[in-house]
Design a protein around this ligand. Structure first.
Ligand code: PMP
Length: 463
């Protein structure tokens, strides 16, 4: 532990953790009879716990973040060099890495124009909501202030992003919420309510019509924005039909509603393109991103807008009233853009988009082979190195497996040295999807190891 000066034994670190640390998403009662797993270091696709056990990380740091893998000295060096030169200055001023990063990012996003930097996915989405609300004031007399979000989507952990959260179980016990947020139904092909086959070409339009119904019910003159994940991540890895986002976008245009695409998970190569929305024929007004922007080497998030959105803050109605009255203190940390530049360069130089598309297809093929073998696997879906597997008691009724089954599969894989994920542990209805998001450097050999672990886990857990 070179970074921590004091050399401590594994047992000492675990004791400190158990006494002082409050873990995310964790019921700490579990530590009455067990120890927290402390991850000590990582290299490439692998991480090592404090006792030295090696794991193949099939979830990029637990929550689809470390897109370029661990131990990238190039990013570390870029950050160190920048921090020696200038660690911080408020982003109401400029900095060299911010300017270089912004140009580089925009070059991957045709039609987009401006980059606003903050430091978490939640914050990036909060900025997007504030932009919608302020445009409502500047252009629509304050009336067009409602924001529509989609069932099963997640946009962050703050009270306002939870107000836009389609995962009911995450909102429980945190109300009251910010007013002006309204939901519309998920684009869940596997569990579509129309009784259609998940591949039915009519689904895209039917799902998009659900949005139009909500806009009309609320009153189009009161709706300012719609936010969606291009592929729903934590809500169950839901890939929408090919024409869905195009139709959603057309509905937004029809009613003069801004389309916000949350790329916090899908962005920066996860799906085999720079951004998830680029698989579809759609031009968003606002795009938010975080996790993969610097692959976890620094905390940076972005809210990216079109020139039209940006101009709304310059032109109307007077300079004093129209500027974006927002700041993020740590949006001025230069480590973020410095890490992000190096991260983007790695993705480009190592052709990681191509690798993700190719290895992702191989992965999907292998997961489908498992589906042929185990009837508990109801559905396999995904794009690039972003895959999900929904488990059911019965393929005809699609009744979800009991909550414990996914946990047992995850634990079994962990024992075998492979870390996989599952949808949030607080899920009541749908805690039945396993998630996979290995780093974009994954090889077919890594995939074979993940699939072999899964095979063994299914054989043991679902006998
Ligand atoms: N949007 C999506 C799609 C996410 O998955 C997450 C986090 N899992 C967020 C936003 C929030 O990001 P953060 O935790 O960095 O605030």
């Amino acid at each position: 532990m070179a970074c921590c000066k004091k050399e401590l034994s594994a047992e000492e670190v675990i004791a400190l953790d158990k006494k002082y640390v409050w873990h995310h998403l964790t019921q700490h009662k579990v530590f009455e009879n067990s120890d927290p797993m402390i991850i000590d270091h990582g290299k490439g696709m692998h991480v090592y716990d404090i006792k030295g056990k090696e794991y193949l990380d099939a979830v990029s740091g637990g929550v689809w973040t470390v897109n370029v893998g661990y131990g990238r000295e190039e990013i570390v060096d870029a950050v160190a060099e920048q921090m020696k030169k200038l660690c911080y200055f408020a982003n109401s001023f400029g900095s060299t890495p911010t300017a270089i990063f912004a140009e580089k990012l925009i070059s991957k996003m045709p039609g987009m124009s401006r980059v606003y930097i903050s430091n978490s996915g939640s914050e990036a989405n909060e900025k997007a909501f504030k932009i919608v609300r302020q445009i409502s004031i500047l252009k629509h007399g304050g009336k067009k202030n409602k924001i529509i979000y989609r069932d099963r989507d997640y946009h962050g952990t703050t009270i306002t992003t939870l107000s836009a959260c389609g995962q009911e179980e995450r909102r429980e016990q945190y109300g009251p919420f910010t007013p002006g947020f309204v939901s519309f139904p998920a684009a869940n092909c596997y569990r579509n309510p129309y009784g259609l086959d998940p591949s039915d070409p009519k689904l895209g339009e039917l799902f998009a019509n659900e949005l139009e119904k909500v806009i009309l019910a609320e009153g189009p003159d009161t709706v300012g924005g719609v936010i969606v994940e291009p592929i729903t991540a934590g809500g169950g890895v839901l890939v929408p039909p090919k024409d869905y986002l195009t139709k959603v976008s057309a509905i937004c245009k029809k009613y003069d509603v801004l389309l916000i695409i949350d790329e916090v998970v899908c962005g920066l190569g996860r799906t085999g393109k720079w951004f998830g929305y680029q698989h579809f024929d759609v031009q968003p007004d606002i795009v938010t991103m975080a996790k993969g922007v610097a692959s976890g080497y620094a905390a940076i998030s972005c809210t990216v807008t079109t020139e039209k959105v940006f101009q709304d803050f310059i032109a109307e109605p007077s300079d004093r009233e129209s500027y974006f009255r927002d700041i993020s203190t740590f949006g001025g940390c230069t480590s973020g853009p410095a890490a992000a530049i190096a991260n983007l360069e790695i993705i480009e130089r190592e052709n990681l988009l191509e690798n993700t598309a190719k290895v992702g297809e191989y992965f999907m093929g292998k997961l489908n082979e498992l589906k042929d073998k185990y009837s508990v696997i109801g559905d396999v879906r995904g794009k690039g190195l972003f895959c999900g597997m929904e488990l059911v008691k019965d393929r005809t009724t699609k009744e979800p497996v009991d909550e414990s089954v996914c946990g047992a599969i995850v634990a079994n894989c962990m024992k075998q040295g492979v870390i996989i994920g599952k949808t949030s542990r607080s899920f009541k209805k749908f805690n039945n999807t396993l998630c996979f998001s290995p780093a974009l450097i994954a090889t077919t050999k890594d995939i074979d190891q993940i699939v072999a672990a899964l095979d063994k886990a299914f054989a043991e857990v679902c006998k």
